[in-house]
Write a protein that binds this ligand. Structure first.
Ligand code: ATP
Ligand code: MG
Length: 471
């Protein structure tokens, strides 16, 4: 598809010159000779870029920009009534053209939302560069928007009607109103990240970054680098300054996932960030100031870790300002069916399948099953059932829940990748069981790095049963 460029100038010779040149470069063009005409074409032609002269009779280029600004960024952004209008006026980058020497006008136009400016007479090499930059930005913006929607879809809704969930959501909303540090506790797959993202979205910081760091997946020095960033020349290979996650979160929220796995030396350094709101990057001494709200999550018993000397008590108190404990799914059976239906609806839509429903035995089996992997396991079970099922009814068998034990991998002939997947689960689970669910020992037995094993378990949704309390 050819890219479309709208050329707006009241001087016919300039319009002809520009459109000829642009068409020779392979673009599609239309032109307008004043501001009002340009606005009409903007709706009708929906160009990818607009080249706009600033000095025109009737409606000037600046007035066009100001009009677009008003229409696109209304005072009440949430007001649904104006959205129809904003959709009709596409958010095109506007490149303004000014007479040589009238730089103040260009500055004014940039303030009013122009993407870039060119001075007349137009230098065509410069025009090409600016156009390419504008197209690249459009592609990036589209990618960001689609990634954002994907994340928002996944982490956009909290389903749950059990009294426990209702009051947790209530509490989380109240916490979101403040800048208080939140500590999310709960087994794997209970929704800790979902709550962290929701709290950020409900907070005054929602337009600012949400920056995530997982403390389990990295070695100590990599984690330090990721968190604090580094100065240029901090070590061999650090050839430019790099901001860390703390700095990226400035003005927004920092989500520290699996905080229970943060090595002790980093715990001390991070504690100082919480106390002083500043820190030096790795290899630097200059303090970097930040304004962040911290949300931390773990599936570990942090109090026990404090007693064992694996977690600093002072950091624990700093984090434990608003603790939210997410109950495992088996303790809130009333949430199973609403969640199952929510996931079914999502997967059917995503995979473009015909509508499905659960059979009675599927509903009963879901209620009986202990869901060690919690909501993530339920989500995966339903995704699998949607893929494998052929009729409009999902049975306990489709969910892999007949009798509560999934079919053994050697009973059926399955495609290669699925067989391998089942076999690797089998090997991992057998090793873990053998080592009494100690990941460190199982990793040793399997000849894997402990962090790699953790990642595998997460990927494959294998959960470690919570330790039995020894009272
Ligand atoms: N109440 C809920 N309603 C809808 N979806 C949920 C709910 N709770 C969790 N989920 C979904 O289940 C999946 C797992 O949740 P999440 O990643 O938040 O869990 P987690 O506690 O962070 O797990 P882990 O400790 O393994 O990282 C996500 O896709 C999330 O959107
Ligand atoms: Mg998580």
């Amino acid at each position: 598809m050819k890219r479309k460029i709208l050329v707006v100038d009241d001087k016919a010779d300039i319009v002809i010159l520009l459109t000829d040149r642009l068409e020779a470069l392979g673009y599609d063009t239309r032109s307008a000779n004043d501001g009002e005409h340009a606005l009409r074409l903007l709706e009708e032609y929906a160009p990818h870029v607009m080249l706009l002269d600033l000095e025109m009779p009737r409606m000037s280029g600046l007035e066009v920009l100001q009009y677009l600004n008003r229409e696109r960024r209304p005072e009440f952004e949430g007001d649904k009534r104006i959205s129809a209008r904003t959709e009709r006026l596409p958010d095109v980058p506007v490149i303004v053209m000014t007479a040589f020497g009238s730089i103040e006008k260009a500055v004014e136009a940039m303030k009013a939302g122009a993407y870039d400016f060119l001075t007349k007479p137009i230098d065509f090499d410069h025009l090409s560069i600016v156009l390419n930059k504008a197209f690249k930005r459009q592609v990036l913006e589209r990618q960001v928007a689609s990634l954002r929607t994907a994340v928002e879809d996944r982490y956009g809704t909290i389903v749950g009607r059990s009294p426990m969930m209702v009051s947790l959501v209530e509490l989380a909303k109240r916490a979101a109103d403040s800048d208080a540090t939140v500590l999310l506790l709960g087994e794997s797959g209970t929704g800790k990240e979902l709550f962290a993202r929701s709290i950020h979205r409900w907070s005054a910081r929602c337009e600012m970054p949400f920056s995530v760091i997982n403390c389990v997946a990295l070695t100590e020095s990599l984690l330090e680098n990721e968190l604090f960033g580094h100065e240029k020349g901090a070590y061999t290979g650090a050839d430019c300054l790099r901001k860390g996650k703390i700095e990226e979160a400035d003005g927004g929220t920092l989500f520290l996932d699996e905080i229970g796995d943060m090595p002790l030396p980093l715990q001390s350094k991070f504690l100082r960030v919480l106390q002083d709101h500043e820190f030096p990057r790795v290899g630097g001494t200059r303090p970097v100031k930040v304004n962040i709200r911290v949300i931390a999550a773990t599936n570990k018993d942090l109090r026990q870790a404090v007693r064992d000397g694996a977690f600093r008590e002072d950091l624990f108190f700093r984090l434990n300002v608003v603790p939210l404990s997410l109950p495992p799914l088996r303790e809130r059976p009333e949430d199973i069916v609403p969640l199952a239906e929510f996931f079914l609806d999502r997967h059917v839509k995503e995979m473009k399948k015909s509508p499905r429903r659960f059979s009675t035995d599927a509903v009963e089996a879901m209620g009986r099953y202990p869901w060690p992997g919690n909501i993530r396991e339920l989500d995966n079970a339903i995704a699998r059932a949607v893929v494998l099922g052929t009729s409009d009814t999902i049975t306990a068998e489709h969910l892999g829940l007949n009798g509560g034990s999934p079919a053994s991998f050697d009973e059926q002939l399955l495609p290669y990748h699925e067989s391998m997947e089942r076999y690797s689960r089998f090997v991992l689970e057998r090793a873990l069981r053998h080592c009494n669910w100690s990941q460190t020992k199982a990793a040793e037995l399997l000849g894997l790095q402990r962090t790699y094993l953790s990642r595998l378990l997460k990927q494959k949704n294998i959960s470690i049963p919570p330790p039995r309390s020894s009272s």
